[in-house]
Design a protein around this ligand. Structure first.
Ligand SMILES: Nc1nc2c(ncn2[C@@H]2O[C@H](COP(=O)(O)OP(=O)(O)OP(=O)(O)O)[C@@H](O)[C@H]2O)c(=O)[nH]1
Ligand SMILES: [Mg+2]
Ligand SMILES: [Zn+2]
Length: 318
């Protein structure tokens, strides 16, 4: 069963050797197939489960209580309280959870498919609103010439100024992987980004034994083909959990009000002055501390434009 994430080498670093199987029937959702979930119990055993009727949608990273119904099978009865949940809106503007109990959102981009900075910003906001740290990774650095690399380094500077780490990797050439791995220990992280940027390829570098499917970009569109279909949690050899998620073409923030949106931009906090109005939307209101900071150059114009774009999308949705 080398394909089972829980059977990765050193996967049970959290458990002492010979741990007595716990019969309290708690479990961690490690693969979410939608209708079925693969659970890992505290002893590291896997159980294929379905949810009892009426239970809300479960996601990877959920801690649950379940009842066995047969060998390696069970029914999930309760979702234990979540520390946080990463949300997105689906095509019908309905909120869909992506993963729960997340410490870090790894926003992966690449030169191919083309780097979409607005998408990166949306993910940083989603991470902040969920109370998780964003980490920005530009993979496929092997495809960058010097000029392209310098342009991305300028972008990294913008994120560094806010306090975010941004780094280059190449899953193909095995560069930047150690630095990347250093950010993963002792926390639960989720890899997000467009289809085809190399999320699964990075996981394969960290867990070479793993039989994980990696897809090619479509020759016609240059886009990924949604190779990963089920969100899956992997245990890393040095501690830490890493969730691989299916790639997206676009990402819509979960339901967020205008004031909350401002909270998702970390650079809007801790400015010397405060906005004159409590309900300031930071557009053209007088005495706005944010627009003043943009004019001074303390807040990046590009990030501020992302804020305005998100605000107008929100207003368009009523
Ligand atoms: N040149 C180059 N190609 C890479 C690199 N990493 C991944 N690729 C290629 O990019 C393609 C997509 O890789 P995947 O790992 O399947 O991408 P993904 O982000 O998991 O895609 P989805 O599962 O569809 O979301 C494959 O053809 C990989 O071989 C890299 O560092 N450099
Ligand atoms: Mg994948
Ligand atoms: Zn303001």
């Amino acid at each position: 069963m080398s394909t089972d994430p829980a059977h990765c080498p050193d996967s049970k670093t959290d458990n002492p050797p010979n741990a007595i199987p716990d019969d309290s029937h708690t479990g961690l959702v490690i693969i979410n197939y939608g209708k079925q979930q693969l659970l890992e119990d505290p002893a590291g055993n896997l159980h294929r489960c379905v949810a009892r009727r009426g239970l809300e949608q479960m996601v990877c990273g959920d801690q649950v209580e379940w009842l066995p119904t047969g060998q390696g099978e069970g029914v999930i009865e309760t979702i234990l309280p979540r520390r946080n949940v990463l949300q997105r809106l689906d095509g019908n503007s309905k909120e869909r959870p992506l993963a729960a109990n997340i410490d870090q959102v790894i926003i992966e981009a690449a030169p191919e498919p083309a780097l979409d900075t607005f998408l990166v910003d949306k993910y940083t906001v989603a991470a902040e609103l969920a109370g998780a740290i964003p980490l920005i990774v530009v993979n496929k650095s092997d495809l960058l010439n010097t000029e392209q690399r310098s342009r991305i380094e300028l972008l990294f500077g913008e994120y560094n100024d806010i306090g975010y780490t941004a780094l280059f990797t190449s899953a193909l050439e095995n560069t930047g992987i150690e630095e990347f791995a250093g950010h993963l220990t002792n926390r639960t992280s989720i890899l997000v980004g467009q289809s085809g940027v190399g999320k699964s390829s990075l996981i394969k570098r960290l867990l070479p034994e793993l039989d994980i499917t990696i897809g090619k970009l479509s020759a016609a569109s240059g886009l990924g083909k949604h190779t990963t279909t089920a969100t899956t949690l992997y245990h890393l050899p040095h501690g830490g959990k890493l969730i691989d998620s299916p790639g997206v073409r676009d990402f819509k923030l979960g339901k967020t009000g205008p004031l909350e949106l401002g909270n998702g931009f970390r650079e809007f906090h801790g400015l010397p002055g405060e906005c004159k109005f409590n309900d300031c939307r930071h557009l053209s209101e007088p005495g706005c501390a944010i627009t003043a900071a943009v004019e001074r150059g303390t807040i990046s114009t590009r990030r501020y434009d992302s804020y305005r774009q998100l605000l107008s999308i929100m207003n368009g949705m009523g």
